[in-house]
Design a protein around this ligand. Structure first.
Ligand code: NAP
Length: 335
């Protein structure tokens, strides 16, 4: 059997290009004793993948040239020599941008059949939803009536973070790119206000306008260029969650913006903390149960933005950094 894959053709330098990737096809071995072969139905497209594509080490190992590009995957077992996985079983894994995945049972998770679609298990119930859940509830800890500001709020992590903050009783303001995303936040997800980042020349003024009492919790996915103008607007004992720095991922260190308004840390007794969601792995089952319950009772909604086929993946990845995605970006490899 052949396995088609998207591999890294060139280390990404600056903004990613479609030509940094190539599609190839390799022979796929049959599963040995204890192994399962999985056909991936959906694979994810994440800004955080950028860190592994430049060939430099971060907290995960870099992808060597010619290797498959890593991502979350969800698919079905098509051949099993492992009694824990029946053929036809849906599983979530991390096989990357390829049609097939071979596993000895480690690193894959059975996902239940039910009203929540399998693709959600690599979105709102996958790493993005878990990042929102633990970042907001463990670091942000919003209290009823507090104001929570969320950036890239129409994205996978941000849309979940904002809705979880609403469930905690907070007033929630989102920042997103464009009027359609902003309307979705306020009209469908229940955000109290939304700021269109393309329509504002002065982000500090826009945040001050929509958060007239200041910001208690800032869940940031953009980076210091956005944190800096928000710092003076933080309320006493405010918390800043450094979830992601999407605006910086393609910039050299000398091109990245630093923080100037740091006096606010003293005057407002602020805390700023980053997270790596995998640190919470032992608590994932509790989060899955709570997130699933919120989805089923309609309080946590999600949107998927799906391209078709492996060939569309490089362009979808490039598009993340132009804000082209609206919700969780995925590619469907088969139906
Ligand atoms: N800490 C962790 O453990 C962890 C785990 C998972 C993800 N993350 C991080 O969470 C963040 C969000 O991930 P996601 O998967 O949910 O992506 P996403 O928000 O669905 O997609 C990226 C979005 O970023 C915005 N954007 C792109 N370039 C930008 C720029 N130069 N300035 C401002 N905004 C820009 C765009 O939204 P708009 O155009 O609508 O603004 C774009 O749609 C990423 O930074 C990711 O690395 C962290």
């Amino acid at each position: 059997m052949q396995n088609r894959r998207v591999v890294l053709a060139a280390h990404v330098d600056g903004f990613p290009k479609v030509s940094d990737f190539a599609v190839d096809s390799v022979d796929q071995a049959d599963p040995a004793d204890g192994e399962v072969l999985i056909r991936n139905h959906f694979v994810s497209v994440d800004p955080g993948m950028r860190g592994r594509l430049s060939g430099q080490a971060s907290y995960t190992a870099p992808v060597p040239l010619g290797d498959v590009v890593g991502s979350a995957t969800v698919g079905r077992v098509i051949a099993s020599r492992n009694p824990a996985f029946a053929e036809g079983q849906w599983v979530a894994g991390a096989f990357g941008w390829q049609d097939l995945g071979l596993s000895n049972g480690r690193g894959i998770r059975r996902i239940p059949e039910g009203p929540i679609p399998p693709s959600a298990h690599i979105g709102v119930l996958g790493i993005p939803g878990l990042t929102a859940y633990f970042g907001l509830l463990d670091i942000g800890r919003p209290q009823p009536g507090e104001t929570v500001l969320v950036s890239t709020a129409a994205g996978a992590v941000g849309s979940a973070a904002g809705q979880i903050a609403k469930i905690q009783g907070a007033r929630v303001v989102g920042i997103a790119g464009g009027p359609a995303k902003c309307r979705w936040l306020t009209e469908e997800l229940g955000f109290d206000a939304a700021i269109d980042r393309h329509a504002e020349s002065d982000m500090a003024a826009a945040v001050a306008r929509e958060c007239p009492d200041g910001v208690d919790v800032f869940f940031d996915n953009v980076g210091n260029s956005l944190v800096d103008p928000v710092l003076p607007l933080m309320r006493l004992h405010g918390r800043i969650i450094v979830s992601g720095q999407t605006a910086d991922y393609n910039l050299r260190p000398d091109e990245q913006v630093g923080l100037k308004n740091t006096r606010s840390f003293i005057t407002a007794r602020l805390k700023m903390q980053g997270l790596v969601v995998f640190d919470y792995a032992k608590d994932f089952p509790k989060a899955w149960a709570e997130l699933s319950a919120w989805i089923l009772d309609g309080r946590l909604r999600f949107r998927e933005d799906i391209v078709e086929g492996l060939e569309a993946l490089p362009g979808a990845f490039v598009g993340l950094f132009q804000g082209e995605n609206f919700g969780r970006k995925l590619a469907r490899l088969t139906t």
